[in-house]
Design a protein around this ligand. Structure first.
Ligand SMILES: [Fe+2]
Ligand SMILES: [Fe+2]
Length: 164
């Protein structure tokens, strides 16, 4: 925990979630290209915090990072036929992610908003919180990187000690 007035690092904010076996389950599923869903969520959380810290507004940083880390906690490989609970992954996966996260973690209203509305505008209900808007933007940015670049998060994972 950082002292009064000091900013906690991304690693410090992420650790309570990323150290859980529940979170690590997402490393078994591919999100885009060579990126697993765990790596995608990690990158969206890091990008969300960086973006928030560049804006002249205050954010609940712990909830921003926790919500981003769990925003795609749907726990299947959507590329595998029959793996998803329905045929509408693009639209329904936020609800599956929320149900799983409610089961495995204790969520705040901000974290629920982040997870539920991160697919806006593809799912037409917008986020109700600043944190939700930030994650919606960071998610799109990271998705573009993952589609265009092979292994886009090597530097991020090295900075966290996840890779040699
Ligand atoms: Fe998603
Ligand atoms: Fe995502």
């Amino acid at each position: 925990m950082a002292g009064a007035g000091a900013q906690e690092s991304f690693a410090e904010l992420a650790r309570p979630t990323t150290e859980t076996a529940a979170f690590r389950q997402m490393d078994a599923y591919i999100q885009h290209g060579t990126t697993t869903t765990m790596e995608h969520c990690l990158a969206v959380a890091a990008a969300s915090l960086a973006l928030a810290r560049h804006l002249p507004a205050s954010f609940h940083e712990e909830e921003l990072v926790r919500g981003a880390l769990l925003h795609d906690y749907f726990l299947y490989d959507w590329h595998v036929k029959g793996a998803a609970p329905d045929a509408w992954h693009g639209f329904t996966h936020p609800a599956h992610a929320l149900a799983n996260a409610e089961r495995d973690f204790s969520l705040t209203p901000i974290e629920r908003d982040v997870i539920s509305h991160h697919m806006f505008p593809f799912v037409p209900i917008p986020p109700h919180t600043r944190e939700g808007w930030i994650v919606t933007l960071a998610d799109k940015w990271c998705t573009v990187r993952e589609v265009l670049i092979s292994e886009p998060y090597i530097a991020l994972e090295r900075s966290l000690g996840w890779r040699a």
